[in-house]
Design a protein around this ligand. Structure first.
Ligand code: SF4
Length: 387
């Protein structure tokens, strides 16, 4: 089958997904549709400027961005599934802007950093980062289903290293064994769910051999960009290693398709709490109506909107970032409109790896001995007296 024909199939599938509201019975024809295997989806991903030019009507800024991405910086990768969510003729499409490079990626503005969270400075063993006493971050691969243009780890993802072997991770595990204060291990990368199931199981067996690790978190964008990866076989293989929390990363309501819903519900039904971190991105989701639709849709899928992250100051992403004031203004508009389970915390992960800071509108108008005056989302002030 010609490449162009192969690429049309997932577009049709996604269009059907989008047209079917969540939790509605699927039409029979849809149920019979053959689903693509995730490994063939990865093989058929767009990976070059030439691939992008065949799939999209590229703007001059995208043509320049794609050429640059091939030579330097963050590589290109878009799965057929995620491609099908993109508008091929409109460069302002919020999905397309997340995955198609533009010329602005070569612009550096004040405050930009290659490693905004200071992960290299906090590396305690090869591939292991510790920024807080009770938790650590294991970077298990540099591969992802899609290379997101705002990625905090653009300095290292897709650099060709691939999956990190258990031998190479030996010093990281020795560190964890010597530091029982680390109870929560976040496995990230890259995207750990791009590892084969066998490799993932071997990694989890090794993690579970460290008795002091209580909780495992899998940080993955696969439910958003490659939902076919969340197979019954994968879920069965991961269950013995509970408690595992899945930290995913939906940024826009267009990503809430029937396929991503199936992936999330499969995880939740198997006992994996699924939490979502959204990055606030200029021209993609920086308005309250878009975020309200996203957070409500996530809750309907039993996914908890956990953080709304002020975008990290990654080199070459200034065109995608908003001001801190914009994030606070959006939170002010959402407070009272959304229930507590649908409203994430707005977080700035401070540069240099100094830790996360929750921010938001200030509701305290006045504070004195035993008395606080609050402003509520209704615009009234209310007095609260201490006991
Ligand atoms: S999936 Fe995550 S690690 Fe990979 S490019 Fe996107 S944001 Fe970066």
């Amino acid at each position: 089958m010609a490449v162009a024909e192969r690429r049309r199939l997932p577009q049709i599938a996604a269009a059907a997904d989008e047209a079917t509201p969540p939790s509605q019975p699927r039409p029979r024809a849809h149920a019979k549709k053959k689903r693509r295997d995730w490994t063939s989806e990865l093989r058929e991903s767009l990976r070059s400027a030439a691939d992008l030019a065949k799939a999209f009507a590229l703007t001059p800024a995208e043509i320049e961005g794609a050429a640059r991405a091939e030579q330097a910086g963050l590589p290109i990768r878009i799965t057929p599934y995620y491609l099908a969510l993109c508008d091929k003729h409109d460069a302002s499409c919020p999905i397309r802007k997340q995955c198609v490079p533009v010329a602005d990626e070569s612009t550096t503005i004040p405050g930009d950093l290659a490693d905004p969270l200071g992960e290299e400075a906090h590396e305690v063993a090869p591939h292991l980062v510790q920024r807080y006493p009770d938790r650590a971050l294991l970077l298990a691969t540099d591969h992802c289903g899609v290379y997101c243009r705002f990625c905090t780890r653009s300095r290292m993802v897709g650099d060709g290293g691939g999956a990190v072997s258990l031998d190479k991770l030996a010093p990281a595990f020795a560190y964890l064994e010597a530091h029982p204060e680390v109870r929560d291990l976040i496995i990230s990368g890259g995207d750990p769910l791009t590892l084969s199931t066998d490799r993932l199981v071997r990694l989890l067996e090794r993690v579970r051999s460290v008795k002091s690790i209580e909780t495992i978190r899998l940080a993955t964008r696969v439910p958003v960009t490659l939902p076919s990866r969340i197979t019954a076989e994968l879920v069965r293989a991961l269950r013995p290693f509970h408690p595992i929390w899945v930290m995913t990363h939906f940024n826009h309501p267009k990503e809430l398709t029937a396929a991503s819903e199936r992936a999330c519900l499969r995880l939740v039904d198997a006992g994996f709490p699924v939490m979502n971190q959204t990055v606030l991105l200029r021209g993609i989701n920086d308005d309250p109506d878009t975020l309200e639709a996203l957070f409500r849709g996530l809750v309907r899928r039993r996914v908890r909107p956990y953080y709304l992250l002020q975008a990290d100051p990654v080199k070459g992403t200034g065109h995608l970032r908003t001001s801190v004031a914009k994030g606070i203004e959006i939170m002010e508009r959402l407070q009272g409109r959304l229930s507590g389970i649908a409203l994430p915390k707005l977080i700035v992960d401070t540069p240099g790896g100094m830790g996360k800071v929750p921010i938001g509108p200030d509701y305290v108008v006045e504070r004195s001995e035993g008395r606080t005056l609050f402003r509520t989302h209704r615009g009234v002030t209310v007095e609260y007296l201490d006991p």
